[in-house]
Design a binder for this molecule. Structure first.
Ligand code: FAD
Length: 575
């Protein structure tokens, strides 16, 4: 007997399903064709053996969320692994280079930066900075430790010169701004060419097996689509995970107050040198913050706000006034569901993207969280084989990631210096916004010992101590007792030498790095002329630039007993 689940109703929570035997799926079905669906499809198609069929169903009636334009550096590995030429990507996704985020208004005394990646060396430098700050030194942390990357960013330069191979830069860690809809189209093209079956239809019902697993989705025009493993990429609806399987969605609303967004895409192609800042701007508004994400041909802008503090009309008016945009540019209002599915993997269904969880895009983490799931398979089970231990690992990692990023984002609000509206005063003063991790970090900050910040499950988080330091320090919070912090002098000296060397190198780069627009334009033109720099999928992409979850879970040569699909090398070039 097959049990059905109406899309409209949410059945009671089902018990955890135990999977002792290793499952070897032969048919995979991805429900949803937004960024989550197509990233997952493209990654799995590259990783999985040819005999595993991978299909994706998307509705032509239900639009994608259509936002999600600022990324983190790991997207380069994804694109490279799938086999997308960087120039093709820049052209197709209207993308430009990004070096980090500029925060404006969070500390009314000064704008500050959160640069990417391991650009500041080990935590000892942060702790040394804390010690000096506690003693009264006023040098801002982004100036002290930022290696001068922000001079490059402020000058509107690209991180890579003509001598750099694709996906590498003179400034080594960079990401992109991109058009989310166009990225999905590009991924679709590559995934379908690689063999993903694409179905355009509406899912009307989800069929369950007697044991509570998903057996099929019922469609309007293609009948019942059966599979062994399902990926729920249906967006905020969470059709399978929350709808049919009844997994509870846990709101982050107490910590993260912003529950709405209004987006305005401003068209037009600015054409002068230096007009394409390689950074995202986040500027505080009356009850939230405004993103500005320049792309090659337009700019994406939006206001993420708390509807308890401003209504949609007022938020739109504030955004228009900020941008100087008249009524000819249409606004889009979005209700956002901040939180996570209690587990992203339930039975034979894994939720990815907005169905799995969402944290407001203050640190551009949406696409990275999507990548995590597909990359988990690429690294640990390219055969897509799995059992309950494997599923529990992914659940643990995703759960820890959502909580960690929630806390990191909430920490921006707690430590912000702006206090001229009820929203900013209330959010800072509300103890419910604090979590144990935030309190622990603030304590480490005060003591000058900002290191060892881990995920709850022990894996390595996306944001390291210096990221926290850039935000807390950028917001102007002085450490209380850090004067007495212990810093190993020889470790410090070595780290300082490295920092000075890198800073000198970055300074020298300012002489030869091209303008962001000019570099992107040249690559776009080269692609149009037929020049190809990456001709095929790069099997070793994840070996050269492993995902953080690998550095957290796997050390050299270590067996991964919970990864049943590692029987084959995930980067076997014969595939
Ligand atoms: C305001 C805002 C700003 C953001 N900014 C960023 C950012 O700067 N950087 C970043 O990385 N992320 C950002 N994100 C997150 C990012 O947009 C999402 O992570 C990403 O777009 C993934 O969306 P999705 O594919 O999960 O869902 P969606 O785009 O909503 O796609 C859902 C898919 O499911 C299909 N579907 C739904 N129901 C059915 C059905 N019954 N039958 C068939 N198909 C169905 C739809 O047709 C669609 O194809 C932002 C999100 C928001 C809300």
């Amino acid at each position: 007997m097959t049990e059905g689940a109406d899309l409209a109703r949410s059945p009671a929570t089902r018990p955890a399903i135990s999977v002792r035997e290793v499952q070897r799926p032969r048919r995979v079905l991805i429900v949803g064709g937004g960024t989550a669906g197509w990233i997952t499809a493209a990654l799995l198609r590259r990783a999985a053996p040819a005999e595993v069929t991978i299909s994706l169903i998307e509705s032509s009636d239900i639009p994608t969320v259509g936002v999600g334009e600022a990324t983190l550096p790991g997207i380069r590995t994804l694109l490279r692994y799938i086999g997308i030429d960087e120039a093709e990507f820049l052209l197709a996704a209207d993308a430009i280079f990004k070096l980090g985020i500029r925060f404006r208004g969070w500390n009314p005394d000064r704008d500050y930066w959160h640069p990417f990646g391991a650009v500041t060396g080990p935590a000892v430098l942060v702790n040394d900075w804390l010690r000096k700050a506690a003693a009264g030194d006023d040098l801002p942390i982004d100036t002290a430790l930022g290696q001068g990357i922000w001079d490059i960013a402020a000058a509107g330069l690209a991180p890579q010169s003509t001598r750099c191979p694709p996906y590498t830069g003179d400034v080594p860690v960079y990401a992109y701004h991109l058009d989310a809809g166009r990225l999905a189209q590009l991924l679709k093209m590559h995934a379908v060419a690689a063999g993903v079956r694409h179905v355009v239809d509406n899912v009307t019902r989800v069929g369950l097996r007697p044991d509570g697993w998903v057996s099929h989705v019922q469609t309007e025009g293609h009948g019942a689509l059966h599979a062994d493993l399902f990926f729920d990429c249906s967006g905020f609806r969470g059709l399978l995970i929350n709808g049919a399987l009844g997994e509870p969605f846990e709101s982050f609303g107490r910590q993260l107050w912003c529950d709405r967004a209004v987006a305005l895409n401003v068209p037009g192609e600015p054409a002068s040198r230096g007009d394409l800042p390689p950074y995202t701007s986040s500027t505080t508004g009356e009850a939230g913050w405004i993103w500005q994400i320049p792309l090659f041909s337009r700019s994406g802008n939006g206001y993420v706000y708390s509807s308890a503090h401003v209504d949609p009309d007022r938020a739109e008016a504030e955004l228009r006034a900020f941008l100087g945009a008249d009524d000819s540019v249409q606004a889009r209002h979005i209700t956002i569901r901040t939180g996570k599915s209690r587990r992203v993997w339930v039975g034979n269904c894994i939720a990815v993207g907005l169905a799995g969880g969402f944290i407001e895009p203050l640190e551009s983490t949406g696409i990275a969280l999507i990548q995590d799931v597909g990359e988990f398979f690429v690294h640990f089970s390219p055969d897509l084989a799995w059992d309950d231990t494997f599923a529990a690992k992914l659940n643990g990692f995703m759960d820890a990631s959502y909580d960690f990023i929630r806390d990191f984002v909430a920490c921006h609000y707690i430590t912000a210096a702006r206090d001229d509206t009820p929203f900013w005063r209330d959010v800072r003063g509300d103890p419910a916004v604090h979590t144990p991790l935030i309190d622990e970090v603030l304590d480490l900050w005060d003591r000058g010992e900002l290191h060892g910040i881990q995920h709850a499950d022990g894996s390595r988080p996306a944001f390291r101590p210096y990221s926290w330091a850039y935000i807390i320090g950028g917001n102007g919070v002085r450490p209380k007792h850090a004067v007495a912090a212990r810093v190993d002098p020889s470790e410090l000296e070595q780290a300082r030498e490295e920092l000075n060397g890198k800073t000198r190198a970055v300074k020298a780069m300012a002489e030869f790095l091209p303008d962001n627009r000019e570099r992107v334009r040249d690559l776009r033109q080269a692609w149009r002329r037929g020049e190809r720099r990456q001709a095929a999928p790069d099997h070793d992409a994840y070996v050269r630039m492993p995902h953080q979850l690998v550095t957290g879970y796997l050390t050299d040569g270590q067996e991964v007993p919970w990864a049943p699909g590692r029987s084959r090398d995930p980067v076997d070039p014969s595939r």
